[in-house]
Design a binder for this molecule. Structure first.
Ligand code: ADP
Length: 270
C-alpha cells in the first residue's frame, strides 16, 4: 500500500456492496508503534457493530480516525462510497484537506467517555449550538428538536438546566441528544458508560437501546458492557493488537467463540 500522500487508486471498494463505512488496508502508527495493522472491515448502512478487545488493541483509534481526530498512516477510509481520509484528485486520491474532512464528518456523531458538554451553556444551548451554527438550522426548529430529543433521553424537564446541575448519567444522556441533534448517519460511541457510577450505567444503556430500536442510525460502539453489546449489535468485532482476531454475530462471539484470544478476553471481562 503506497503512503497516503501520494495518489492511490480512487475506486471505492464497497460501493457495489453498499457499505457505508469501509476501512481499506488501514494502518495507523504513532511513531514506531503500529496501532492498526493493515485493517480491513466494512459496515453496512443501519448496521450496529460493537468493537471489543483488550485495552490498547486499537478500538478507540478507529473511532478517532472517523472523527478526524487522528490521521491515517496508510490505506484509505471510505464513507458513503466517497473517500473520507482522502479526496479525489484527477484519477487518484490524495490526503484529505482539513476543510474536506470537516465537511465529510458532519454526517458522523460521537459520544465520548467524558461527556464533554459545554459547562457554560444550558442543556438547550448544548444541543442547539451545532445544528444552528454548523448546519444553519433555524433556531425555532433546533429548539423544538432539542425538546424532542430530550424527551427521548428522558430529560425533557432539564432543558434549561446547566450541566453542573446534572448527574453524570444525565450529562451523558444530554451528550447523546446533542450528537443526535446533528442528525448523523453514523453514531460513534466510545466507552460511554465507563466514567459513570455503576448505578447510572443502566439508564444510559437504556437510552441507547431505545435509539437503536427507534432509528436506523448506523452505530459503531466500543464498550466493556457485554450485555449491551449482545442486545444491541448485529455484529461484534474482536480486536487484538490492531487486527480483527474474530468477528461474528453476538450470539456466536459470546456463546461460541472460536479463537483462543476471544475466549481469554471474554473470560477476563465476564
Ligand atoms: P483501545 O481503545 O483498544 O484501548 P487505543 O486505540 O486507545 O486502544 O490505543 C491503541 C494504542 O495506541 C495504545 O497502545 C495507545 O497507548 C496508543 N495510542 C493511542 N493514542 C496515541 C497517541 N496520541 N500517541 C501515542 N500513542 C497512542
Amino acid at each position: 500500500m503506497p503512503p497516503s500522500d501520494t495518489p492511490v487508486n480512487a475506486e471505492s471498494p464497497g460501493v457495489e456492496g453498499q457499505s457505508l463505512i469501509v476501512f481499506d488496508d488501514v494502518v495507523k502508527r504513532f511513531g514506531d508503534l503500529t496501532v492498526l495493522d493493515d485493517l480491513n472491515f466494512s459496515v453496512a448502512p443501519g448496521e450496529r457493530v460493537t468493537l471489543i478487545g483488550p485495552s490498547g488493541s486499537g478500538k478507540t483509534t478507529i473511532l478517532r480516525l472517523l472523527m478526524t481526530l487522528e490521521k491515517i498512516t496508510e490505506g484509505v477510509i471510505w464513507v458513503g462510497g466517497e473517500p473520507f481520509s482522502h479526496m479525489r484528485r484527477g484519477q487518484g486520491l490524495v490526503r484529505a484537506s482539513e476543510g474536506y474532512m470537516r465537511e465529510r464528518r458532519k454526517r458522523i456523531g460521537m459520544v465520548f467517555q467524558q461527556f464533554n458538554l459545554f459547562p457554560n451553556m444550558s442543556v438547550r444551548q448544548n444541543i442547539t449550538e451545532a445544528p444552528v451554527h454548523v448546519l444553519g438550522t433555524p433556531k425555532d426548529e433546533a429548539n423544538a428538536r432539542a425538546k424532542e430529543l430530550l424527551d427521548l433521553v428522558g430529560l425533557g424537564e432539564k432543558i434549561d438546566a446547566h450541566p453542573t446541575q446534572l448527574s453524570g448519567g444525565q450529562q451523558q444522556r444530554v451528550a447523546i441528544a446533542r450528537a443526535l441533534a446533528m442528525q448523523p448517519e453514523i453514531l460513534l460511541l466510545d466507552e460511554v458508560t465507563s466514567a459513570l457510577d455503576p448505578e447510572l450505567v443502566a439508564g444510559v444503556l437504556d437510552v441507547l437501546r431505545e435509539v437503536a430500536e427507534t432509528t436506523d442510525i448506523t452505530m459503531l460502539c466500543v464498550t466493556h458492557e457485554m450485555g449491551f453489546a449482545r442486545d444491541v449489535s448485529h455484529r461484534v468485532l474482536m480486536f487484538d493488537q490492531g487486527q480483527i482476531a474474530e468477528e461474528g454475530p453476538p450470539e456466536q462471539i459470546f456463546g461460541d467463540p472460536k479463537e483462543d484470544r476471544t475466549k481469554s478476553f471474554l473470560r477476563s471481562v465476564l
